[in-house]
Design a protein. Structure first.
Length: 195
């Protein structure tokens, strides 16, 4: 009788120990994010020609643009396309970065108080030194238009060294977070390896 109780007790303890090991393992892997790039979402095919055209125009690797797009809005699947701090569109530009920090309303985090018509006006953007680009030739540089947003991101990243191989510097200037840099580089290297 004692042996049977001892066996049951040992079995319960082993089961509990195994359960805890599995839970700890799962928690560690969940916290660190995915480590196998094969299971991560691939780049949607409809965006690849846009990334490649932006690379041709600005010299920024198209895989880096894809990585930014993936990290910022999961390839434009975020809803709404405005962050809690006011970043807008598929590549999450702060209005003052898109239109230009010399705009009179720009300060702080860069939300500004820019009229909607000015926010998409290439002449206004040029005047204030912004990174907004009218990539599709419709007369507007729209942070919510995926083509304009990708080309604008390429312009920004080139201006901060990405076309010259200074990826860490360029990515950090886009979002001042080491974690952000790591995440973008993670996807960049995964996409580069899967050419």
């Amino acid at each position: 009788m004692k042996k049977r109780k001892l066996k049951k007790s040992v079995k319960r303890k082993l089961f509990f120990l195994l359960f805890m090991i599995v839970m700890i393992y799962a928690a560690l892997h969940q916290q660190g994010g995915p480590t196998n790039t094969a299971i991560e979402p691939s780049i949607p095919k409809e965006f690849i020609p846009i990334y490649q055209a932006a690379e041709k125009e600005y010299g920024v690797p198209w895989q880096l643009l894809a990585a930014h797009h993936r990290v910022e809005t999961k390839f434009s699947k975020m809803d709404p396309m405005i962050s809690p701090v006011g970043a807008e569109g598929p590549l999450q530009f702060m209005p003052c970065t898109f239109v230009g920090w010399s705009h009179p309303s720009c300060s702080g985090l860069g939300k500004g108080n820019i009229p909607e018509k000015d926010k998409v006006n290439p002449a206004v953007i040029k005047k204030y030194g912004g990174y907004g680009v009218d990539a599709n030739g419709d007369g507007k540089a729209d942070p919510f238009d995926v083509e304009d947003a990708i080309f604008s991101a390429a312009a920004y990243l080139r201006a901060h060294g990405a076309a010259d191989g200074q990826l860490n510097k360029a990515i950090y200037s886009y979002n001042h977070s080491e974690k952000y840099v790591e995440e973008v580089l993670h996807y960049f290297y995964a996409y580069t390896a899967n050419k």
